[in-house]
Ligand binder design. Structure first.
Ligand SMILES: C[S@@+](CC[C@H](N)C(=O)[O-])C[C@H]1O[C@@H](n2cnc3c(N)ncnc32)[C@H](O)[C@@H]1O
Length: 530
C-alpha cells in the first residue's frame, strides 16, 4: 500500500521486505588492492578495477566513491534454472532470487549517472518477474526496450510431439535511470546499391492521393510524400538531368549537395512515379539482435560466457572513450575485456575462483595484446592499458571468544580509518595539513579516527584549529572522562560501539539461489560471430 493507502501495482513475494537484504543494512566494506594480482605497469594510476567477492557487498563498498558515476551497467546474472535446492520449492527459490536481485538492482541504480543506462541479460525463466521488479526500481517510464539475442540452437532432427518449442532467444532488458537520456541506434553492415522504387505506399492517407504524372496511387494506397515535397523532388531530378548529368552520376550529385536531396521521376517504361533510394552500407537496428549469438566459447567458461560483439553493441549505444561501465556478474570477464579494448573505464565484480583463473588471465592477455579474438580486429586492438585487482576486506566486527563484538584483527590503523569513514558515511580524504581530518562529510563536517587514548588536552588543541562553521566527529577507541564536554562543535563516538548498529556485520556473502548450468556448444551451421 502507498502512503495514501491506494494499492499500487507491484510484484509481491515471500520475504520481499526482509531487512537482511535491505541495502541500508549491507556492510560497506573497504576494498583492498592486491598488487600481486594487479596489472598496472603501463598505468600505475589506472581506475580500472577487477573485484573478487560477493557483488552485493562489493556494490555497497563502491557506493560512497562511485554514486552517480557509472554510465552503463551490463549484468548477466545466473539464470534461475530452478535447480538450486535439493527439495525444490518454487516460492522459496524464486522469492530469494527476487529479493537478492532487488537489492543489487537498487544499488546499481544509485551507482548510475543521471544519464546512465542498464542492461540485464536474462532468459525465459525470470524475464517476466524481472521486468516487473525493474519497473518498480527504475520506474515504468524508464523502461526502454527488450532486445532479443540468439541462443545456441539445438539441432532438432526428429519431429515429434513436445510440450513446448525450443527457446531460440535470450532477452536483454534495457532501462534508463531518467527518461531524458538518449542513445545512438546501432547499425549492422548491409551493403545495398542505389535503386529506384515505386512511389506507392500501403494504406490510405488523406491528402496523399493527389495526381502525379497522370496517375493516382493504387486502391487503398497513398503516395509516400506530401504534394509539396514530391514536386520539389521532381524539380531536383529535372535539375540534375538538365545541368549536372553530364558531369556527375546521380549519387555523386546527391553526395555533393549534402546527401539530403530527394528525387522523383517517371518510370522509363510505365511512366508511373518512382523515387530514388541512395546506396547504403548499414541497416539501422531495432530490438531484433538475433544476428548476434549471445554465447561464446573462447575461454573454457561453461557458465554463460557472452559474445564480445554483443557487449560492443551495448557500449556503443551510450558510452564514449573514458566513460565508466560496470558488470557485477563478470563471469569470464567479457564486459571488462570489451570495455578495455574500447577505451572505456570499467569495474568488474566476480565472486568465483574464476576471477583469478579466467578474468585475470583473460585481461592479462588483452593487455599484452595476445588476445586477438572477440572484437580485437574490429577495434584494431594492439594491447596496452592496465587494471587493479581488489579483494573485499573481511567484516569489520567479529565476535571474540567471550561473545563480545570486537574489531577484526585485519584492521590496522590505516585500514581502520578507511573502514570508519565508510561506516560513518564520510568520504575518506586525509588532509595533508591537519592530522585530525581523515574524512569529509556533508558541509564542513569532518571525521577523525584514532586508536590512541583521546585526552582533554588533545581536544582543546584540535578545537583551537577548527575554522568558523566547521564541526568534527572523533571516533577514538578510548577517551578521558570529560573529553566529550569540552567543545560543542566536537562530538565523540567510541569505536566499535558507535557503529555496531550501522549495518549487519559478519555476512560472508549473499548468495543467489542458483546452480549454474553449462551452455552446450552449438552444433549446427550458425557461427558465434567472433
Ligand atoms: C552467467 S555468468 C556471467 C557470464 C559473463 N557475462 C561472461 O561473459 O563470461 C554469471 C556469473 O555471476 C557470478 N555470480 C553469481 N552470484 C554472484 C555474486 N553474488 N557475486 C558476484 N558474482 C556472482 C557467477 O560466479 C558467474 O560467473
Amino acid at each position: 500500500m502507498t502512503d495514501n493507502n491506494k494499492p499500487k501495482l507491484e510484484l509481491n513475494w515471500v520475504g520481499k521486505n526482509n531487512p537482511e537484504y535491505d541495502i541500508a543494512n549491507i556492510e560497506p566494506r573497504i576494498l583492498e588492492e592486491d598488487p600481486t594480482l594487479s596489472n598496472c605497469v603501463n598505468d600505475p594510476h589506472t581506475e580500472n578495477m577487477i573485484i573478487h567477492g560477493d557483488n552485493l557487498l562489493a556494490l555497497k563498498a563502491l557506493l560512497p566513491e562511485y554514486e552517480g558515476k557509472v554510465k552503463c551497467v551490463y549484468i548477466d546474472p545466473p539464470f534461475n534454472t530452478g535447480s538450486a535446492f535439493e527439495h525444490y520449492d518454487d516460492s522459496v527459490e524464486h522469492s530469494t532470487w527476487l529479493s537478492l536481485m532487488k537489492s543489487r538492482l537498487e544499488l546499481l541504480r544509485l551507482l548510475l549517472s543521471d544519464d546512465g543506462i542498464i542492461f540485464v541479460h536474462i532468459d525465459y525463466n525470470e524475464e517476466a518477474y524481472l521486468r516487473i521488479l525493474m519497473d518498480e526500481i527504475y520506474g515504468r517510464n524508464n523502461f526502454r526496450n527488450t532486445f532479443i539475442v540468439s541462443r545456441v540452437k539445438k539441432n532438432v532432427r526428429e519431429r515429434e510431439k513436445v510440450k513446448a518449442l525450443n527457446f531460440a532467444h535470450d532477452v536483454i532488458l534495457f532501462y534508463s535511470k531518467n527518461d531524458t537520456s538518449l542513445i545512438l541506434p546501432p547499425t549492422k553492415e548491409n551493403k545495398k546499391e542505389e535503386r529506384w522504387h515505386g512511389f506507392d505506399a500501403a494504406g490510405y492517407r488523406n491528402g496523399m492521393d493527389y495526381e502525379l504524372f497522370g496517375f493516382k496511387p493504387t486502391a487503398k494506397n497513398h503516395w509516400r510524400w506530401t504534394k509539396e515535397n514530391t514536386f520539389t523532388a521532381i524539380d531536383n531530378y529535372d535539375k540534375w538531368v538538365s545541368e549536372f548529368s553530364d558531369k556527375f552520376t546521380l549519387t555523386e550529385y546527391w553526395e555533393k549537395t549534402g546527401s539530403k536531396l530527394r528525387f522523383v521521376r517517371k518510370h522509363m517504361k510505365t511512366g508511373k512515379p518512382e523515387y530514388f533510394i541512395p546506396a547504403t552500407t548499414h541497416d539501422i537496428l531495432d530490438t531484433n539482435w538475433m544476428d548476434i549469438l549471445a554465447s561464446a566459447f573462447r575461454w573454457s567458461f561453461p557458465s554463460g560466457e557472452k559474445n564480445e560483439s554483443l557487449l560492443q553493441r551495448v557500449f556503443e549505444l551510450n558510452t564514449n572513450s573514458g566513460d565508466l561501465v560496470l558488470d557485477s556478474f563478470l563471469g569470464s570477464g567479457t564486459t571488462a575485456a570489451v570495455a578495455h579494448k574500447m577505451g572505456r573505464k570499467y569495474i568488474g565484480i566476480e565472486m568465483g575462483e574464476h576471477a583469478y583463473t579466467h578474468c585475470k588471465v583473460r585481461m592479462d592477455k588483452v593487455i599484452d595484446g595476445s588476445d586477438q579474438g572477440g572484437v580485437s580486429k574490429a577495434v584494431d586492438w594492439k594491447g596496452g592499458g592496465a587494471y587493479k585487482f581488489y579483494e573485499l576486506a573481511p567484516s569489520f566486527i567479529v565476535t571474540d571468544e567471550f561473545g563480545n563484538p570486537v574489531i577484526d584483527t585485519f584492521y590496522n590503523d590505516a585500514k581502520l580509518i578507511k573502514a570508519m569513514c565508510k561506516l560513518m558515511n564520510f568520504t575518506y580524504a586525509p588532509s595533508k595539513t591537519e592530522y585530525w581530518k581523515h574524512g569529509v562529510g556533508q558541509g564542513k563536517n569532518f571525521l577523525y579516527v584514532t586508536t590512541q587514548l583521546l585526552s582533554c588536552a588533545m581536544i582543546q588543541q584540535i578545537a583551537a584549529h577548527l575554522a568558523v562553521g566547521e564541526t568534527l566527529i572523533i571516533c577514538p577507541k578510548k577517551y578521558e572522562p570529560g573529553a566529550d564536554k569540552i567543545d560543542s562543535r566536537i562530538t565523540i563516538k567510541k569505536i566499535p560501539q558507535s557503529v555496531l548498529k550501522a549495518c549487519h556485520f559478519g555476512k560472508k556473502e549473499y548468495l543467489l539461489p542458483i546452480k549454474e548450468t553449462a551452455i552446450e556448444e552449438f552444433d549446427d551451421e550458425m557461427d558465434d560471430g567472433e
